[in-house]
Design a protein around this ligand. Structure first.
Ligand code: F6R
Length: 363
């Protein structure tokens, strides 16, 4: 049932404040602002490495987690798409934790990689939306996302719920290893509990997306740029746009621009920049100016005032001021809305894009 929405995708985007809140409540103690993570059957303080694998959007959630776990817990993370990892014969360490991320819990490549990691004595945790799924059943610990059924083929609410669980996992490992103080834990958890309220506010400012969509609908190619934990959000933005609007889009680490993709930029190529005002913001701004100097049309998604970007963006999506830890959870939303409104503008089948299936159970 789509309720009052035209598409399941719109309904699912708008459910995010509620489902992210439910998911966080499952892994956090709201009263004390501390993490309350289920036992994974291994001592989190002893983890030597975290190996993450998944496909598509779920893989991008895992890529954000790499930034979080390395930065806050100081544990090395290896991550790869499951179709590669399953055949790579990667050597796996003692005391390794392997984490699989899957909405359906049935993705063939992800399941095959899980079995490889299990055969190589990793502890297996999976973040799944379908609790009865094969991936959940074959894991030592299944960590549910409480997104509810996701009908739209393009994943939206499952992604932000996956990020919610992964953020809690990062804090739990950081805490167990003594990599963060109790005060830092409280600050990170408090920031997470504010995510649903911020998402609700982002969802209320919908006029800007209509004008952005009208411009994007005319484009043949679109670039998405981001640095640090915003890089996976840029990749996810490009995936969302291409799968539902059929416009060619690519996500790049902003620093990679000058190593090739800058050759594509002219006044016909919109460049969407995911740029929270964090410690990497100044670096992203200099990439942005390189784009502006070549006539690129910049769509800036940022909490910073546009003057700080040192150029005049064609559009500026104003984001709230937040702890940069939670930025991926919030910046995921505008990139969903951009893709959605662009596809609606073009008139494609938003919920059932051509050639795609909701669950990919064959290799
Ligand atoms: C993109 C999308 C896909 C899935 C991928 C993995 O919007 O939905 O990229 O994320 O097929 O699916 P699950 O999460 O079911 O393993």
């Amino acid at each position: 049932d789509k309720g009052n929405y035209r598409h399941f995708m719109a309904k699912e985007i708008n459910e995010q404040p509620e489902v992210v809140s439910h998911t966080l409540a499952n892994y956090l103690d709201m009263a004390t602002a501390q993490v309350r993570f289920p036992d994974l059957g291994l001592d989190l303080a002893q983890i030597s490495r975290v190996t993450i694998s998944a496909c598509g959007t779920a893989y991008y959630a895992g890529l954000v987690a790499k930034y979080w776990i390395e930065r806050y817990a100081r544990v090395p993370v290896d991550i790869d798409v499951a179709s590669e990892m399953r055949y790579r014969e990667a050597p796996l360490p003692e005391n390794g934790l392997a984490v699989f991320v899957s909405q359906s819990g049935e993705t063939a490549d992800t399941l095959a990689t899980l079995r490889y990691c299990k055969a190589n004595k990793q502890r297996i945790a999976s973040i799944v939306n379908v609790r009865t799924s094969t991936i959940a059943r074959e894991s030592d610990a299944a960590l549910p996302t409480l997104a509810g059924p996701e009908i739209g083929v393009a994943s939206t609410k499952a992604f932000t719920c996956q990020l919610s669980v992964l953020a809690c996992l990062a804090i739990a490992i950081a805490k167990a290893r003594g990599a963060i103080t109790k005060e830092q834990e409280i600050a990170l958890v408090t920031a997470l509990t504010e995510v649903p309220r911020h998402i609700a506010a982002i969802l209320r400012q919908d006029e800007i997306y209509l004008s952005v969509a009208q411009e994007l609908a005319k484009a043949r190619d679109v670039l998405y740029l981001g640095r640090g934990s915003s890089f996976p959000i840029a990749l996810e933005g490009a995936l969302k746009l291409k799968e539902i609007s059929y416009i060619h889009a690519e996500g790049y680490a902003a620093g990679e621009l000058k190593h090739g993709p800058i050759a594509l930029i002219d006044e016909n190529v919109p460049v969407i920049v995911v740029a929270p005002e964090d410690d990497l913001f100044e670096k992203t701004v200099s990439n942005l100016q390189e784009v502006a100097a070549r006539g690129g049309q910049i769509i800036l998604i940022s909490d910073a005032a546009p003057e700080k970007a040192g150029c005049t963006p064609a559009a500026h999506i104003q984001m709230p001021k937040i702890d940069s830890f939670i930025a991926p959870l919030l910046y995921a939303v505008p990139i969903q809305l951009i893709a959605y409104h662009t596809a609606v503008q073009i008139g494609t089948d938003v919920d059932q894009p051509r050639n795609l299936a909701k669950s990919v159970t064959v290799e």
